[in-house]
Design a protein around this ligand. Structure first.
Ligand code: HAM
Length: 424
């Protein structure tokens, strides 16, 4: 047993897996640019109040799963690792007066999130999200635009079309009466509620609807739904989101009990599941509208909507679908030499080739030429540049490792020759 291990619920992304992550991160960045989003980066930790107020104090994410950092006596601030990016991005929107920028502001970020959850398959304490947010657009068209964008991400990542679940969870106009009806339903069944749910009943009845407790899942089948209690404005908004989705040819199902686990949502809410696995805990992503969040975090009333996709889960879904593993990028050439000790010559040559933009490794391990060549083949390099006595005449041997053939090349021509060979 090694002395130290990665903390429970976290994992090291070793090169093959990291390469697969990088591919998804690039896909996210590429799609974000294609859809007119600008990149943003916010800190991995924030004042805990950003999440308590933004995500909601009576949510699993804050009440049970927030990674709080020990308060430093000299600063007196309470910090927490971010469990999700939306609250931090909205905090930044307010802090940097982005409401004075041309609206809407479209922002995208990718990075690790932290939730102190019970680790299990697909549920980690550190996981990665690709996230997009649109501030200053009340919709409904942008709601459909984002759902289509997420669906495109899955398709371009190589996944079968996911199950898309959508709902509207109303707004300040229609939700209070619904929450009251919901609370009454649970109060009538008080004896069946587990302790946490009973405790939350008075504080945040909506959270009982997304409880994962088996008894709650059963109880929730008969719970009143909001979809048929929406006010006219919310109902019209939701109908228009669905019209836009139909027009885009996006298949979806209305799920009247989808309320999401974070408090900031209003109106449109949506979630993506691997095809055929809806309702499980394996959501590939989710999002929705949060028209009150900017105000809640101290800004002027501003509409907002966004989504976050779980990159770890996308990779798991790709594995489950038997997606081929990715070839890792390899160097084009390795500079090797007959004299194991002549490391300076090999390093200088590799440095010049790298400066010209080529991917080149120098073998600096001071081993025999045969071992250096074996290592170059193992690296997947296409060429070995063999430095020997001919260097005095300005020449090296260029060995094609695939064809096992080699020829002398003037060092002055080497860069141009390798560049031609590396062209696709
Ligand atoms: P969320 O549904 O809490 O939403 O998380 C989004 C996705 O992150 C989930 O669907 C899942 O794929 C992934 N995820 C969440 N927790 C874990 C975990 N413990 N391990 C692995 N993957 C996980 C949000 O975070 C919102 N900020 C989305 C959003 C953006 N809404 C509006 N804008």
């Amino acid at each position: 047993m090694p002395t130290f291990r990665a903390p429970r619920g976290t994992r090291d992304l070793l090169p093959p897996e990291r390469a697969r992550f990088i591919r998804l991160e690039r896909l996210g960045a590429d799609l974000a640019a294609r859809y007119g989003f600008r990149p943003i980066e916010t800190p991995l930790f924030e004042q805990a109040a950003v999440f308590e107020r933004g995500v909601g104090a009576v949510t699993d994410v804050v009440e049970k799963e927030l990674f709080r950092l020990a308060t430093r006596r000299d600063e007196g601030e309470e910090w927490a690792l971010r469990p999700e990016p939306t609250a931090g991005i909205v905090r930044a929107y307010v802090q940097h007066a982005m409401q004075t920028w041309p609206q809407p502001v479209r922002l995208s970020a990718t990075g690790p999130m932290f939730r102190y959850d019970r680790p299990q398959a697909g549920r980690y304490r550190q996981f990665w999200q690709w996230d997009v947010e649109v501030l200053g657009d009340p919709g409904p068209a942008v709601d459909a635009e984002l759902i289509e964008m997420a669906v495109r991400f899955f398709a371009e990542a190589g996944l079968a079309p996911p199950d898309v679940l959508v709902n509207s969870i109303g707004d300040g106009e229609c939700r209070p009466a619904y929450v009251e009806a919901l609370a009454a339903y649970y109060r009538d069944r008080l004896d069946r509620l587990p302790p946490l749910e009973r405790d939350r009943l008075d504080r945040n009845p909506l959270r009982l609807l997304d409880s994962k407790e088996p008894v709650m899942v059963e109880l929730n089948i008969g719970a009143p739904t909001i979809t048929d209690r929406l006010c006219d404005a919310c109902a019209a908004h939701f109908a228009s989101v669905r019209d836009h989705l139909d027009m885009l040819g996006i298949g979806y199902a209305v799920e009247p009990r989808l309320v999401r686990g974070l408090d900031y949502y209003t109106r449109t809410a949506f979630e993506f599941f691997p095809s055929g696995a809806r309702g499980t805990q394996s959501a590939l992503g989710g999002g929705g509208r949060y028209d009150r969040l900017v105000e809640l975090l101290g800004g002027k009333p501003t509409a907002g909507i966004g989504f976050g996709l779980g990159l770890d889960r996308v990779l798991l879904a790709l594995d489950a679908a038997g997606a081929p593993t990715l070839p890792e990028p390899s160097v084009l050439a390795v500079v090797v030499g007959a004299d194991p000790g002549a490391t300076a010559v090999r390093l200088k040559l590799a440095t010049d080739l790298r400066a010209a933009g080529l991917a080149v490794r120098a073998d600096l391990a001071q081993r025999k030429l045969g071992r250096q060549l074996e290592a170059a083949v193992r690296d997947g390099a296409r060429f070995a540049v063999i430095v020997g006595d001919e260097l005095a005449e300005g020449q090296v041997q260029l060995r094609d490792l695939g064809a096992a053939s080699q020829k002398p090349v003037d060092v002055v021509d080497l860069t141009a020759l390798l560049r031609r060979k590396s062209a696709p």
